[in-house]
Write a protein that binds this ligand. Structure first.
Ligand code: BYC
Length: 473
């Protein structure tokens, strides 16, 4: 096993693919299907080349190289983090046993399911973002969009590799299905709710990369703990790339808020629409939507699926090795959000194992709050009293304990009639969407930026903001 990728190979990899001709042939026959999916469902804007980061190694130093590449020639490779030969399972009933190099028969179906669900989100996000290139606020942002897209494509490769290498015939079938389902399709939609929503504008894109990619960070963090070592190593490397996606979201929203604050101060007026900026209440409604659909991605607060995954060693907790308990949790309890007997929003104690989705969501929520704090700091530093906030966990939920009720962002339960009457105060309305879309005019001139967003503080890889990040065709 080497860690250097061989870019002379059709499929760059550090998994010794050439040593397994059958697997190599199987993946090479999936490759044209991937490329035709990329052509038809990937970025729609024609470009000559893009300044992209390509993964070349998994080591601590210099794992990626940057350069202008035509997107269709991007080298989607298969990279697993370095193997730790002494690795032992860190939790569940197999705790302390050596990590698995292969899939144990009894866990095959569950592992395949987890890998398929993870894999399904990757092409879904590329599909959702397909048309955003037409309206990028700057070449810098356009490049970041394409970077996110090619890396999500690589993450699809990562899951397809696992399916082909470890799940035989049904793994290959699942890999084909990953290219057949499509985001928003009525006949064969993507598996998880948030991945069938639209990403029609750049405010949605930043919210998506902040809130939904962050679910990816936490889910990958739990799969990195997996007893199935190839999955663990794959996720470890994916997490490295994910950090950039979240930076795009975090700083994207920073820049929207910064620009809005600037216009508010300059004009001493909350209504910034006359100046082509996005009003804070509108930013809040987009935030409410993306946060709540992302909370749904964690599954129910109580789940026998997650209890089984944990006990079997398939999916751990966030930072499993930092937890100070027995890593088996069989006798423990945990408080989770729940509906009380009389239908009120409250909490209940459940077995720790069945409450693990809620445990992970709690970590996620704390992380989301840090973004809100930073955006509020921007508002405060501009001398404004306006603040953004995360809505209540029961707000706009379609999965879990609160799926059957309606609640306001403050956590007040509402009748369905009241919800219908007031929801446009809390979720993006047609007026909001039309307004935001009206701002989405492409700015493709070097060093220029749209009026609704501030320029970034830093460029990419030490390049300035006005670098020629993308050459259009
Ligand atoms: N939509 O036991 P339950 C990313 C299903 S994002 C539709 O409560 P469980 C990325 C569930 O599948 C990270 N269905 O939950 C981000 C189950 O169905 P079955 C993606 C849903 O199973 C941006 C049933 O409801 N990775 O990487 O404990 C860009 C009962 O579920 C939803 C993963 O999610 C939903 N929202 O947990 C690009 C990791 N929620 O089995 C990429 C792998 C639940 O009864 N997936 N259901 O037919 C998992 O770990 C788990 O499947 C879930 C659900 C966390 C998703």
């Amino acid at each position: 096993m080497t860690s250097e990728a061989d870019y002379g190979e059709k499929i760059p990899n550090n998994v010794g693919l050439h040593e397994d001709r059958r697997l190599q042939r199987a993946l090479e026959s999936w490759q044209p299907n991937f490329l035709s999916w990329w052509e038809s469902m990937g970025p729609a804007l024609p470009t000559r080349d893009v300044y992209l980061r390509t993964a070349v190694n998994v080591g601590r130093e210099g794992w990626a190289q940057f350069g202008h590449v035509p997107m269709r020639d991007y080298r989607w490779g298969i990279f697993l983090a370095e193997r730790n030969p002494g690795r032992v399972i860190g939790f569940g009933e197999h705790k302390g046993e050596p990590a698995w190099a292969k899939v144990p028969g009894e866990y095959r179906a569950d592992l395949r399911r987890l890998i398929v669900v993870q894999g399904d989100t990757e092409p879904a996000s590329v599909e959702q973002q397909r048309n955003l290139g037409a309206t990028a606020p700057s070449l810098y942002d356009l490049r970041n969009l394409f970077q996110v897209n090619v890396e999500e494509g690589r993450h699809l490769w990562a899951m397809v590799y696992l399916l082909h290498a470890y799940f035989g015939r049904d793994g290959r079938d699942e890999a084909d299905e990953l290219l057949r389902r499509s985001s928003g399709s009525l006949e064969s939609p993507r598996i998880l709710g948030a991945f069938n929503e639209e990403t029609p504008d750049w405010l949605s894109f930043y919210m998506f990369t902040y809130f939904t990619d962050r679910d990816g960070k936490y889910q990958l963090g739990t799969l990195k703990e997996s007893a199935f070592d190839p999955l663990s190593r794959t996720c470890e490397f994916m997490l490295k790339e994910e950090a950039h996606h979240m930076m795009v979201g975090t700083t994207g929203i920073d820049r929207v808020v910064e620009r809005t604050a600037q216009v508010m101060v300059e004009n001493d007026n909350d209504d910034v629409t006359g100046h082509g900026a996005i009003p804070i209440p509108m930013v809040q409604r987009y935030l409410n939507f993306h946060y709540s659909v992302s909370l749904d991605l964690f599954g129910g607060e109580t789940s026998t699926n997650v209890a089984n995954y944990y006990t079997a060693g398939l999916k751990g907790r966030w930072m499993e090795d930092r937890r100070r308990d027995d890593h088996k949790l069989t006798g423990d309890g945990i408080m989770v959000d729940a509906l009380t007997e009389n239908g009120e929003i409250g909490q209940a104690e459940v077995a720790a194992l069945t409450g693990l989705n809620a445990d992970l969501r709690r970590e996620y929520i704390a992380d989301c709050q840090s973004g809100v704090n930073r955006w509020n700091k921007i508002l405060a530093e501009a001398g404004l009293t306006h603040r953004l906030k995360l809505p209540h966990v029961a707000f706009n939920r379609h999965v879990g304990a609160f799926a059957g009720i309606e609640a306001s962002p403050d956590g007040e339960t509402l009748s369905p009639q009241e919800w219908d009457r007031r929801k446009s105060d809390w979720l993006p309305s047609d007026v909001d969407k039309t307004y935001v879309r009206s701002l989405m005019q492409p700015v493709y001139e070097r060093g220029k930026i749209a009026a609704w967003i501030a320029p970034p503080r830093n460029g990419i890889n030490g390049k300035p903001f006005d670098y020629d990040y993308v050459h259009l065709s």
